[in-house]
Design a protein around this ligand. Structure first.
Ligand code: PLP
Ligand code: COI
Length: 361
């Protein structure tokens, strides 16, 4: 059954001057556009009552399943201003598929993939004036599905809500691009085999926060997790995948094994890097390869990647009493070359040879 959206634009919009001020200096995820998209689901009626409306708070029963058992998933994708003024989404069908997979893992109803893309298009069309134009800026779209059933029984909710909101965004890390430092979590893991690591569900992020807090307490920007079984293999950051660059130009990144999120940026980088002549290895990556390699010159660069983070250079890797700095600790040349190659596609500065850009307006 296809999902049909009603379009009911808001009559009270942020005025153009206030919007221009926001767009001139967007932070990350602080301000939201004039509209949102919602669709309801019940076991009896399936997806229904899909609509674009003014952005507004939702009223929620204190006994809603989501508040107690965390049955919720989300996505993150961006709309980019193109030369000539149009707006395009980057690989939205991949986010649609991933959200369906996350819903499946969380026993939530899968939001149809074509409806996901249509919802993104509708919101971007309606709020196109909110897509910033500056270097590195974009409109970040946040689709999510959450369990609305009221009751405390631990079982899959029989009702759910899909929502899509949008936020003009700049760099995820404030200020100009700089290498971030990572804290190697000793005590905490993000995901275990058979768990929810490959799903983009709220609980994964909630579980990462105390480790992220520890990273900050230790003077680092982000936490990096090791595997739950041997505590030896690199996994990912709280909200980003990770790559190392070796001295022969090879890129290595943890393989997709069920415990990390299969990043769309990660996948795009693998393609672009191979086209630029780099070998790319998706395999288990021993943290000691990094620690030792930073000293003996085997590992020359490291970077994190994700929709929000784009490609962010990594400076130091730290653990209690130790530190490894690959290369000079400054943004590496391969890192910056890949960042530019990716952004050139996203901002339409280079031909889209992979069909990644989804033109909306
Ligand atoms: N890993 C985690 C845990 C994330 O939250 C994200 C961000 O979405 C990523 C990796 C990168 O995924 P993507 O490149 O699809 O944004
Ligand atoms: C994204 O990159 O879209 C994410 O969801 C990660 C989060 C750190 C904002």
């Amino acid at each position: 059954m296809s999902v049909k959206f009603a379009v009911q634009p808001s009559v009270s919009l942020v005025d153009a001057e206030a919007r221009a001020e926001i767009l001139a200096n967007p932070a990350f995820g602080r301000v939201f556009t004039d509209h949102m998209v919602c669709a309801s689901w019940t076991a009896a009626d399936g997806w229904h009552d899909a609509r674009l409306t003014g952005y507004a708070p939702v009223s929620i029963d204190p006994a809603s399943v989501v508040l107690h058992y965390g049955q919720t998933v989300f996505e993150g994708l961006k709309a980019y201003r193109q030369p000539g003024g149009g707006v395009s989404l980057f690989r939205p069908e991949r986010n649609a598929a991933r959200m369906a997979a996350s819903c499946h893992r969380l026993a939530l109803p899968e939001f149809p993939e074509d409806a996901f893309v249509e919802a993104c298009e509708l919101l971007v069309i309606q709020d196109q004036a909110w897509v910033p134009g500056g270097e590195g800026a974009s409109l970040y779209l946040r689709p999510f599905v959450w369990a609305t059933e009221v009751g405390l029984g631990v079982r899959p909710s029989e009702s759910a809500l899909f929502q899509l909101i949008a936020s003009p965004s700049g760099n995820y890390f404030s200020g100009p691009l700089r290498p971030v430092s990572l804290w190697l979590s000793q005590e905490y893991v993000r995901a275990a085999p058979g768990g929810t690591g490959a799903a983009k569900c709220g609980g994964n992020y909630a579980a990462s926060l105390v480790a992220q807090q520890e990273a900050i307490e230790n003077g680092c920007d982000q936490v990096v997790f090791l595997d739950a079984v041997e505590h030896r293999w690199l996994e990912e950051l709280g909200g980003m995948n990770i790559f190392l660059v070796l001295d022969d130009g090879t890129l290595v990144t943890p393989e997709v094994s069920g415990t990390i999120l299969e990043g769309i940026t990660r996948d795009s980088i693998i393609t672009l890097a191979r086209e630029l002549g780099h070998a790319v290895e998706e395999r288990k990556v021993d943290v000691d390869e990094w620690r030792k390699g930073a000293v003996d010159g085997h590992v020359v660069e490291a970077f994190a990647c994700g929709t929000a983070a784009v490609i962010t250079p990594i400076g130091a890797l730290r653990w209690p009493g130790g530190e490894a700095v690959a290369g000079t600790g400054e943004p590496g040349t391969v890192t910056m070359k890949l960042r530019e190659a990716l952004m050139d596609v996203q901002y339409g500065r280079t031909p889209d040879t992979h069909g990644w850009m989804h033109k909306v307006v």
